[in-house]
Design a protein around this ligand. Structure first.
Ligand SMILES: [Zn+2]
Length: 291
């Protein structure tokens, strides 16, 4: 017994840490099949896309980029983009900033982290802004703020509702205080629009955080979210450290926010067009409530 303590146990297998490659992580061939990160079911990507990128087994909502969102939400061929060529400058001369923006531009085929324009949902004309988390994490710089403001003003000018889909990591640090100023600018535009009787619908998608959650994302007449979306201002650890308390497991999820009165409803992507159509129609003169 005592001897065993000092002899080398040769039966023990050596443990190696393996670093999975990006392709191996998903366990399935790229493209044809997709594995749900929530329930781990492997599905045909085609079927998943047909179901608006919502898992057929557990309702997990995969993230959508702005273009996919336009196709899934608006009437076919109704979208007319505005201010699509507006691009960022580098006001603080932040190292490599413009190179990073350019790289994302090539990767995503869009010019900034928000796409704005007009379109219709079952024939109801709307102005809309769709944030794209694949572009600089959907961060809000001066162009994002300006494009959203102009889309709100477009809605005001045409007297049509304004709908925004948010997805953002927060303010864009490379633009410093200019990013933070977008919170005030967009909020004032929404207030003006609201005072003129405009309807504002915000749909928060995963993730909606930082200055975006603290400004236009939360300023809708209706504030909705997709199931399971992370919505919050500061990160969990920052809050835990400052209040010295452990936070509940579901903290900063759409479900937690709904329970605490911060959201009006959680709407599954597969029901979204129907629900929003009803909402747009009840806000027409003579519209009737049907929810
Ligand atoms: Zn699933």
């Amino acid at each position: 017994m005592l001897k065993e303590l000092f002899t080398k146990n040769t039966n023990k297998k050596k443990k190696y840490a393996t670093i999975p490659t990006e392709a191996a992580k998903s366990d399935v061939p790229e493209g044809i099949m997709t594995k749900c990160p929530s329930c781990k079911t492997i599905m045909y990507t085609k079927e998943l896309n047909k179901n608006l990128k919502v898992c057929l087994h557990c309702d997990f909502h995969f993230s959508m980029n702005a273009k996919e969102r336009i196709v899934s939400f608006l009437d076919e061929g109704s979208f007319e983009e505005i201010n699509e060529n507006m691009v960022s400058d580098n006001p603080l001369n932040f190292p490599d900033y413009l190179e990073k923006v350019e790289k994302d531009r090539l990767k995503t085929k869009i010019n900034e982290a928000v796409v704005t324009g007009c379109g219709s949902v079952n024939g109801n004309k709307i102005a809309l802004a769709i944030m794209d988390s694949t572009f600089r994490m959907g961060s809000m710089g001066s162009v994002v703020g300006e494009k959203i403001t102009r889309a709100i003003e477009k809605a005001d000018e045409l007297s049509i509702p304004f709908i925004i889909f948010t997805a953002s990591g927060g303010a864009r640090m490379q633009e410093g205080v200019l990013s933070l100023m977008q919170m005030a600018k967009t909020s004032v535009a929404l207030k003006r629009f609201s005072d003129n009787g405009g309807l504002i619908i915000s749909i928060m998608t995963h993730p909606t955080t930082g200055g975006v959650s603290a400004s236009f994302a939360s300023l809708g007449d209706y504030n909705f979210a997709e199931p399971g979306a992370l919505i919050g201002f500061a990160g969990r650890r920052v809050i835990e450290q400052s209040i010295r308390e452990e936070l509940p497991e579901d903290f900063q999820t759409a479900e937690f926010l709904l329970k605490h009165g911060q959201l009006d409803a959680i709407i599954s992507r597969t029901d979204l067009v129907e629900k929003i159509t009803n909402l747009l129609e009840i806000h027409q003169p003579g519209g009737e409530l049907e929810w």
